[in-house]
Design a protein around this ligand. Structure first.
Ligand SMILES: *Cc1c(COP(=O)(O)O)cnc(C)c1O
Length: 349
């Protein structure tokens, strides 16, 4: 069993490259929109008509096939409630397949609802383990989590593989495709929801749009699969600031494109650094890169922290021994991190 989630300690004004956040901050339009709210806007339960219409248009789905959630974390809870409520006739706990290494909230959420997690082990190259995923499916499978691009590897998954999983699970199971990092590669399996009725696609505005603290996520799927999720979702989970902030963020395409272009450049600089240093990395579709620095991973992480730069030591996660995960967002921030990494690695030789 996994324990409860432990929030990492505060970082003061350090450089946060350990959460894959947008370290440039959100669009100024978001701040302006929140500043325009009136006292009664805070006092009344929010009206979601506008935010649903605009977000559905932005994402390209009908608004009755969309749920906007209090962060994608809440989206995971809503999907888990909908998927795990029914036990088998033998009373056995329903099973959820988690493909490792994975975002840690999947196992925490499922186990907190009394569900059982079935782990699928990673391949050496971290490519999607389709055969082993299909083999892990049983008649008790109720939920499968697929993350594309994956966190923490950045590896992208082909829609053909997602379709195969969707076609292979029991009829009432949900296949949840977490596309938290969609904006950094453009990949999506959203077109599949028309034919694959058990797919739920999750998105967040925490990463590319810089709204992690406002807490805004989205779930999309066929009408059939969304019904039980709409039943489970709290009616007012999006607070009024998040609703106003999201609407404003969606209008600032220029800001989003700027951040995505910073990410593309940062990733490239990170790869070049690894190539020069002889460090293995996995080409990433996200705003972070996983790299295998070897047994110095914990020391490198502490060294960077002593310089006020926070990265994630992934040693201990499935298949990730000796690996670090570094957010590759704002180019200036990446350069500061790489300079400090170089200093450590030169000293270590
Ligand atoms: C960050 C992240 C989330 C959570 O997003 P929130 O909207 O902040 O709750 C979900 N899935 C993955 C893979 C993530 O990396």
């Amino acid at each position: 069993m996994t324990g409860p989630y432990r929030r990492p300690p505060p970082t003061g004004d350090g450089l946060r490259l350990h959460f894959n956040e947008n370290t440039a901050g959100c669009s100024p339009k978001v701040l302006e929109a929140i500043a325009r709210l009136k006292a009664t806007d805070f006092a009344f339960y929010p009206d979601y008509d506008d935010v649903y219409r605009e977000t559905a248009a932005y994402l390209g789905v009908p608004d009755d096939q969309l749920i906007i959630t209090n962060g994608l974390d809440e989206g995971l809870i809503v999907a888990a409630i909908a998927a795990l409520q029914r036990r088998g006739t033998d009373g056995a706990a329903p099973e959820t397949i988690v493909i490792r290494p994975a975002f840690e909230m999947y196992a925490i959420t499922v186990q907190s609802f009394g569900g059982t997690v079935v782990d699928v082990m990673p391949r050496e190259d971290f490519e999607f383990p389709l055969e082993n995923t299909l083999r892990a499916i049983t008649e008790r499978t109720r939920l499968v989590f697929i993350t594309s691009p994956n966190n923490p590897t950045g590896v992208r998954i082909a829609n053909g593989d997602i379709a195969k999983v969707s076609e292979s699970v029991p009829p009432d199971a949900i296949v949840f495709v977490d596309e938290a990092y969609h904006d950094f590669c453009g990949d999506t399996c959203l077109p599949l929801i028309a034919t694959h009725r058990n797919l739920v696609v999750g998105r967040t505005f925490a990463k590319a749009h810089g709204l992690a603290a406002l807490r805004v996520g989205a779930l999309m799927g066929s009408k059939e699969v969304m019904g039980p999720l709409q039943f489970a979702a709290p009616p007012y989970s999006l607070n009024v600031c998040a609703a106003a902030g999201l609407r404003a963020a969606l209008t600032d395409d220029e800001r989003l494109r700027w951040y995505v272009s910073q990410v593309l450049q940062s990733r490239e600089q990170f790869y070049q650094f690894c190539d020069r240093q002889g460090i293995r990395y996995w080409p990433s579709g996200a705003n972070f890169v996983l790299a295998r620095v070897g047994e110095v991973a914990p020391e490198l992480t502490s060294f960077l922290q002593s310089r006020g730069i926070y990265i994630r030591n992934k040693t201990g996660d499935y298949g990730c021994d000796g690996c670090i995960r570094v957010t590759t967002g704002v180019v200036d921030h990446t350069e500061r991190c790489l300079a400090a990494m170089e200093e450590f690695l030169c000293g270590a030789r």
